[in-house]
Design a protein around this ligand. Sequence first.
Ligand SMILES: [Zn+2]
Length: 115
Amino acid sequence: MLENPPPCPKCSCEYTYEMNALVVCPECAHEWAPGEAGAEEGQRVVKDAVGNVLRDGDSVVVVKALKVKGSPSGIKAGTKVRNIRLVDGVDGHDIDCKVDGFGAMQLKSSVVKKG
Ligand SMILES: [Zn+2]
């Protein structure tokens, strides 16, 4: 249990209370899970290989060579990827993007660096 549930992110009401794993606001009936980074926005925080927070629309650089099914060369380290989209992907693949020469694919945030 939290001693002081955080104030409501929607209406700033301070009289929130815990119910099961959620914090509930009595003013606007908003419910959310506390204790997660970025929970105020209702979003996860996705970080790159060195800890920069990534956002939709960012450009990143792949920091290690990646094997790609059907491609003899794969994605090389240093490949630039523009306009990423953060997703709740399968198996830790939390970036949806288009890679030049490869097309749409999903990457793990741990193999890219904001750049
Ligand atoms: Zn509220």
